[in-house]
Design a protein around this ligand. Structure first.
Ligand code: IMP
Ligand code: MG
Length: 198
């Protein structure tokens, strides 16, 4: 896998993001709303650099289905959110691709009486935005390639990588083939089971 951003480069980027956020928000308490699952590594690193009071909560969003590398229908779950009335909120996501996830979540958070709602993403893909909204803080602008690691996944895999890598066409194809084989094996086993009972 080709390394796009090393662990040291990511670390320097998060330092910069934390400084930028505090320059805008000052020492006021900040309510971080992380987007599961891709933002977990970023949230963990960011909150340890945000000096001053911080609260953390999570929402869940998904627009990818299995081995697709282009977004599908957007699904949101906001039931873990605390009361945001009067809070300075920072929505934190791993990547801004089409922007549909961030736009939908900002709209939801905007209805909850917060004093302010800002957004931060580690990565923004160049030339992909389909919405007018832009994140307030961006760690890195990256080319339009499918990336994994540092929280980002492909079909549930690769989130644990300490660096950001570009997934090659061959790796994408291999993952898809493995999934097709697993599905076939599962349905063959189910047929055998049904035959056995019949
Ligand atoms: P958007 O709604 O199109 O901006 O998509 C944002 C979500 O899509 C992110 O939170 C990621 O979960 C996912 N995503 C977009 N691009 C990539 C990628 O290159 N690798 C892994 N996940 C991605
Ligand atoms: Mg995500």
């Amino acid at each position: 896998m080709r390394v796009l951003l090393s662990s040291d480069e990511l670390s320097a980027g998060i330092d910069r993001l934390a400084t930028e956020v505090r320059a805008v928000v000052g020492g006021r308490p900040l309510t971080i709303v992380g987007v599961l699952t891709g933002s977990i590594v970023l949230v963990a690193d960011l909150i340890r650099r945000l000096e001053g009071p911080v609260q953390v909560s999570m929402v869940w969003a998904s627009s990818y289905r299995g081995t697709a590398t282009r977004p599908g229908e957007l699904e949101l779950r906001l039931d873990l959110l605390p009361d945001l009335t009067g809070q300075d909120v920072l929505l934190v996501d791993d990547i801004f691709d089409t922007g549909r996830t961030l736009e939908a979540l900002l709209e939801e958070l905007g209805r909850r009486g917060a004093a302010s709602v800002r957004s931060l993403v580690l990565l923004a893909k160049e030339g992909r935005a389909e919405v007018a909204t832009r994140p307030d803080f961006v760690g890195f602008d990256i080319p339009d390639e499918f990336v994994v690691g540092y929280g980002l996944d492909f079909d549930g895999a690769w989130r644990h990588l300490p660096y950001l890598g570009v997934l090659g066409e061959d790796e994408i194809a291999a993952t898809r083939a493995a999934q097709v084989a697993a599905t076939r094996a599962a349905s063959a086993a189910a047929c055998q089971d049904a035959d056995g009972r019949g």
